[in-house]
Design a binder for this molecule. Structure first.
Ligand SMILES: O=C([O-])[C@@H](O)[C@@H](O)[C@H](O)[C@@H](O)C(=O)[O-]
Ligand SMILES: [Mg+2]
Length: 418
């Protein structure tokens, strides 16, 4: 089963004005879609980041792939490592930790690994979860991912969520997500307002949704002292506290005092970070993400490492489309040590590039598709529209800070200031 052709399509899809420590989401989120065409008319799908720097690295790899056997994944990794030797992508938005050569290779490899596994599954007539060792669960739990947000993008009409800036509005948005998707766990993206205000938001959610596990993630906006204070105030309320403060050392300081586990997708972002983080007992939960942890099989290896050291596993999300959701579902299903509901930005998007009907939420969970490969079908017309949006929107990277300055001139990200 050889690769005959690879088509890379940058796409953009409408995103809501969601707030975080870096600013506010722009009107479009960028992604990339690859179609890896192989023998017998099989086409494997992959999805990842869509910023120009990432696309540039992926484009370097494309000419090297023709003729490669889709069952030779170590060989695929070698081609990518050789082709990208020495390149370090920079993290365009600062919310998934630093980049390194290893993480750059892991990110580019992941895009093609997913597509090759999809193609392998189609060729063999088995779902990707089976190729990863089999399903440890039939359906994968996700959390309601709440954001503070503006009611509308600049010069645009309000979206269906409206403005979410108060505890009452937060509860309203959580109610909508729980009603529409059945989520149990609820996560609040913090780092937007002073911690006292965000504690009020969490308390309102705890009151409105008794028994629903709660999390807050200020993306390292707080000092260790503030984090310890917030942890004390939310004792007994949070299932975990995500990235309250920057760095393994700062997290370890907070972890020594906090009653709940600390989680991260910022200070432990590749395998080299595990030893110092585990040694310092900085985290109780790791948020995996196959997009930058080196694909689905390395995500499973990560899970084994976490289990061995008594660390829980959850899953991180950025704005994404259905190919990524399918990959998240398959790898999560085939990863026995997955101890928390996964994050997803899914409810915030209004369009997709896959045909609907396969990835459905019930009781907050998505059943693992039992069709071959990822089990999804690319909608070529929707892909073409999303590519037109990419060209039309003119964005080449995610820049929440600059966009925020158009709402609030002089805005500066508050990382570790509170
Ligand atoms: O979409 C966002 O604004 C999130 O803040 C995202 O960029 C983060 O990477 C992520 O969801 C997180 O958990 O830190
Ligand atoms: Mg996070």
């Amino acid at each position: 089963m050889k690769i005959r052709d690879v088509v890379l399509t940058p796409v953009a899809f409408a995103d809501a004005p969601l707030l975080n420590v870096m600013g506010v989401h722009e009107p479009f989120a960028l992604r990339s879609v690859v179609q890896v065409a192989c023998d017998d008319g099989v086409v494997g799908l992959g999805e990842s980041y869509g910023d120009a720097a990432f696309l540039g690295e992926v484009r370097k790899v494309l000419p090297e792939l023709a003729g490669h056997d889709i069952f030779d994944l170590p060989g695929l990794k070698r081609i990518i490592a050789r082709t990208l030797a020495g390149t370090v992508l920079t993290d365009e938005h600062g919310l998934i930790g630093g980049f390194s050569i290893r993480k750059t290779i892991a990110s580019v490899y992941s895009l093609f690994e997913v597509a090759c596994l999809d193609a392998q599954g189609q060729f063999l007539g088995r779902p990707v979860a089976d190729l990863l060792g089999g399903k440890a669960r039939e359906a994968v739990d996700f959390s309601a991912y709440l954001f503070y947000k503006y009611g509308a993008h600049l010069d645009a009409e309000a979206d269906s969520w409206g403005e979410i800036l108060t505890p009452e509005a937060l509860v309203g948005s959580a109610q909508r997500m729980v009603d529409e998707y059945g989520f149990r766990s609820i996560k609040l993206k913090g780092g937007v307002f002073a911690p006292e205000q965000e504690i009020e938001g969490i308390r309102a959610l705890a009151e409105a949704f008794p028994g629903h596990p709660l999390r807050i993630d200020p993306n390292a906006a707080w000092t260790p002292e503030t984090s310890i204070r917030v942890a004390a105030e939310l004792d007994g309320v949070l299932e975990y506290l995500e990235d309250p403060t920057p760095g393994i050392e700062g997290m370890a300081r907070v972890a020594r005092e906090a009653s709940m586990p600390l989680a991260t997708n910022m200070c432990v972002v590749n395998f080299g970070d595990l030893e110092p983080a585990f040694r310092a007992r900085a985290i109780g939960v790791l948020l995996s993400d196959h997009h930058f942890w080196g694909g689905m099989r390395d995500t499973q290896a990560l899970s084994v490492a976490c289990e061995s050291f008594g660390v829980g596993l959850s899953m991180h999300s950025n704005s994404h489309l259905g190919i990524s959701l399918a990959a998240m579902v398959h790898v999560a299903a085939a990863t026995p040590h997955l101890t928390y509901a996964c994050d997803t930005h899914w409810p915030w998007k209004t369009a997709d590039v896959i045909e609907p009907g396969v990835l459905n939420f019930a009781g907050g969970a998505v059943a693992v598709p039992d069709r071959p490969g990822l089990g999804i079908t690319l909608d070529q017309d929707a892909l073409a529209r999303a590519h037109e949006d990419y060209v039309r929107c003119g964005l080449t990277k995610r820049d929440d800070v600059t966009y925020m300055r158009r709402y609030t001139p002089g805005f500066e990200p508050n990382t570790a200031r509170w």
